[in-house]
Design a protein around this ligand. Structure first.
Ligand code: NAD
Length: 390
């Protein structure tokens, strides 16, 4: 159980690029980071609007002279200080991730970056090599994958409690983009522009969450080939998609299907997962994150609650609130930030043994998300042909 006790040598000096006053995801980062005494927010280039960023930063408690107009200024000033930042989070639109992450790593600063990590596998491999060369960590914020019941599902699959995995069924859908984009906020404008969003819209925006979570649960079971059908119900979004269906074949023979949509009018269900084995199934959704539905063939359905002693150690180790009390998105983000802090701390101490067995959303997780997107686009571009996953 996590209780806020500090588990690393000293708090990390933390900065942010993006995540300003009007940004959608910035507060989730701060909710995640500023909880366990592992990070102190000391610097930021929070906003494209420098004055607004400075005003916002000082109201977060950052010294005015460490609220910078640009990430380049942040790097130049912070690397010149004895107490400069150890790690910076990148919470900006997709097209900026690569250049900002690269500049931070080149300056010797650990990075926590938003998903989808980059536009291409080639870029991701370049950053992976750079981080290795510099001895630095790159973490990726797949928001809900710190939840204890996600790790319960993974432990159950690993222990064989479901039998052989046969079916993977996932969806992440909402209807916030059911109408057109005329007058839509900036966060919608850049998401539907290939130059700023990258090769995908909803596949990268929400599909990568499904894919990474399923990777955690499935462990060694990997996608062998896939078929992706995507479309833009609002034509101005083409060639990007506001809706997509992906079928997957796994290397153990399992079959997967996934759909993502931002035109699922009226749906507030968000993320839903079902993993079906030869003996039993588990189902979990972030609209009822405290509950895991466990169905054994021929037996009454069970609802497992987070924090209960009957859960596996991996799940209880990630619990914060204890049973009866809601454990949700903010708690999950805190776990992700804690696990990344522990990785950075171990890297600073040269503790390779710890790093070898420590699980957190790392550069590999980010890279695999980009690889999955590249394969989806490759299939969709061939009119939804099956493609070998490469
Ligand atoms: P947004 O448009 O709402 O906010 C972007 C913020 O970054 C704004 O404050 C903007 O001023 C600032 N910004 C933009 N360019 C900048 C630059 N060069 N330097 C400094 N600041 C800059 O976007 P958003 O919805 O918050 O998304 C940001 C990223 O987070 C995207 O990659 C998105 O995919 C990701 N995201 C992830 C999750 C998650 O659950 N992990 C949720 C939402 C968004």
């Amino acid at each position: 159980m996590i209780n806020g006790e500090r588990t690393i040598a000293r708090p990390l000096r933390w900065g942010m690029v993006g995540g300003g006053r009007t940004g959608q995801v910035g507060y989730k980062h701060r909710t995640g980071a500023l909880r366990d005494g592992t990070y102190q927010l000391v610097a930021g280039a929070f906003d494209l609007d420098a004055d607004r960023g400075r005003d916002f930063g000082t109201k977060l408690g950052v010294a005015e002279d460490r609220c910078y107009a640009t990430y380049q200024e942040l790097i130049a000033a912070e690397t010149g200080r004895a107490d400069g930042v150890d790690v910076v989070s990148v919470a900006t639109p997709n097209f900026t991730h690569f250049e900002i992450t690269k500049a931070l790593l080149e300056a010797g600063i650990h990075v926590i970056c938003e998903k989808p990590l980059f536009f291409t596998v080639k870029e991701s491999e370049e950053i992976k090599a750079l981080a290795e060369e510099k001895g630095l960590i790159v973490g990726v914020t797949y928001g809900f994958t710190g939840h204890p019941l996600v790790h319960q599902m993974a432990a159950m699959v690993k222990k064989g409690m479901l039998g052989d995995i046969r079916i993977v069924d996932m969806a992440y859908t909402h209807g916030f983009n059911a109408g057109d984009d005329v007058g839509a906020p900036e966060a919608v404008q850049w998401r539907t522009d290939p130059k700023r969003s990258g090769p995908t819209f909803v596949l990268g925006d929400i599909g990568t969450h499904l894919y990474y979570l399923s990777e955690i649960v499935l462990g060694d079971i990997k996608v062998e080939k896939l078929l992706c059908d995507r479309t833009a119900f609002i034509p101005s979004r083409a060639p990007l998609e506001d809706h997509a269906t992906v079928l997957m074949h796994y290397d153990n023979g399992a079959r997967g299907r996934l759909w993502v949509s931002s035109v699922d009018a009226g749906n507030m269900g968000s993320q839903r997962y079902r993993f079906v084995g030869s003996k039993a199934s588990v189902a979990w959704s972030d609209s009822h994150p405290d509950q895991l539905i466990y169905q054994v063939q021929g037996e009454p359905e069970r609802i497992m609650h987070h924090g209960m002693p009957y859960l596996e150690d991996e799940s209880l180790a990630a619990d914060r609130m204890g049973a009866l009390h809601t454990e949700g998105l903010g708690d999950s983000w805190s776990n992700i930030y804690l696990w990344i802090a522990q990785a950075i701390d171990a890297k600073m101490r040269g503790d390779d043994a710890f790093l070898a067995s420590h699980h957190y959303p790392d550069i590999h997780a980010g890279l695999e998300g980009v690889r999955w997107l590249e394969n989806c686009v490759k299939s969709a571009d061939q009119d939804a042909a099956w493609v070998d996953f490469e």
